[in-house]
Write a protein that binds this ligand. Structure first.
Ligand code: FMN
Length: 349
């Protein structure tokens, strides 16, 4: 059976799980019109995840995806973190604030979260996707017994091979154009920074299972191109950012609708891992030559979030983590169901 039929989808559009942005309403609206809605639970505690999944189920009977972060356990390094805070200190001082005394990891990797693993076995989401790596063999085996379809983000042929070997049912081929965090397994390894097109083409030849294209796909034309290259569907994140169902704050929305949308930057210093966002005062810091080594992901994010909050409380929104992909100027402010329908109409025209 074709992968989309197996999932019960009628539109080859996966709404990207977006931690901090996607909501149960967004997921349900997309699923209800035949795409695959998703919840980004990478930064969510198990009890909250339970409530969010229940909320999606209350709004749709169709399949949806829940997404987890499987990054390696961060290594705390008091000296590195102190130097980082010292470097950021003048920025906090601009707003009459001081940096936090010390940093900690704002959320736990799925690898270190047996409670989240038990929750998935109990509530049995129909589709589960992983970002930043792969879960353990034992975990994959257990989850597979629930009948869940498993997906993993990959950014290279080598990661795709590892994902298939680990039992993933399909891979999400994330090109360098993509908004948000780059799903590369090891952020310190050399990165060929493949674009969505070559990556999808390479993987559609290499992989045994289906390939989903992600990165810079904003409309029916992009979707048609991805399908032509061998993808079975496109996972789109930035395209959904201006939907009223997202949790986007006003400053983020305004930045996305302005000139910054034409200038996205991939930077590591906001969270400790490469991620693409709208250029702003925070991303500009990446051009400074005097930056000390950044703390591990997601410990660096603790500082990033504190700086954004300090600046925001004094009216400066330029330190927000405004993730978006290279297609950002093409984002449409439409309700999610209508957006999916428009994309479907564009590619079937
Ligand atoms: N991917 C994940 O697997 N988990 C996430 O929590 C996640 N959060 C994201 C948040 C935002 C605001 C954006 C724009 C993307 C995020 N991504 C996340 C990446 C998407 O899965 C996908 O790779 C990307 O959106 C595709 O590129 P596009 O934004 O150009 O469509």
């Amino acid at each position: 059976m074709h992968f989309l039929e197996q999932l019960g989808l009628t539109v080859p559009v996966f709404q990207a799980p977006m931690a901090g942005v996607s909501t149960p309403s967004l997921a349900a609206e997309v699923s209800n019109v035949g795409g695959l809605g998703a919840l980004g639970l990478g930064a969510t505690k198990p009890e909250q995840a339970r409530a969010l999944i229940a909320e999606v189920r209350a709004k749709t009977e169709r399949p949806f995806n829940v997404n987890l972060f499987v990054h390696p356990t961060p290594k705390a390094d008091a000296e590195r973190e102190a130097r980082w805070l010292e470097w950021l200190n003048p920025l906090f001082a601009e707003y009459g604030e001081t940096p936090p005394e010390k940093l900690s990891s704002p959320y736990t990797s799925f690898l270190d979260d047996p409670e989240m693993q038990a929750l998935l076995l109990e509530v049995k989401p129909p589709v589960i996707s992983f970002h930043f790596g792969l879960p353990s063999v034992a975990c994959v085996r257990a989850i597979k017994q629930t009948g869940a379809v498993l997906l993993a983000t990959v950014t290279s042929p080598a990661e795709a091979q590892a994902a298939e070997a680990a039992g993933m049912d399909a891979v999400i081929a994330q090109g360098i154009e993509a908004g948000g965090h780059r799903g590369m397994f090891d952020p310190h390894a050399p990165d060929d920074a493949l674009g969505t097109f070559p990556l999808v083409r390479l993987l559609s030849r290499q992989c045994h299972g289906p390939v989903i294209a992600a990165g810079g796909i904003m409309d029916g034309a992009g979707l048609a191109a991805a399908l032509d290259l061998g993808a079975v569907a496109a996972q789109m994140g930035t395209a959904f950012l201006l939907c009223p169902e997202t949790g986007l704050d006003e400053a983020y929305r305004k930045a996305l609708m302005g000139q910054a949308a034409f200038h996205t930057r991939m930077v590591s210093l906001i969270s400790g891992r490469p991620a693409r966002g709208l250029s702003n005062r925070f991303t500009a810091l990446a051009e400074r030559a005097d930056a000390p080594p950044c703390p591990d992901y997601p410990i660096a994010y603790d500082a990033g979030k504190a700086l954004a909050k300090a600046a925001r409380s004094h009216g400066e929104a330029g330190f927000g983590a405004h993730w978006a992909g290279q297609g950002a100027p093409l984002t449409r402010a439409l309700p999610a169901a209508r957006l999916v329908r428009e994309i479907q109409a564009e590619y079937t025209e």
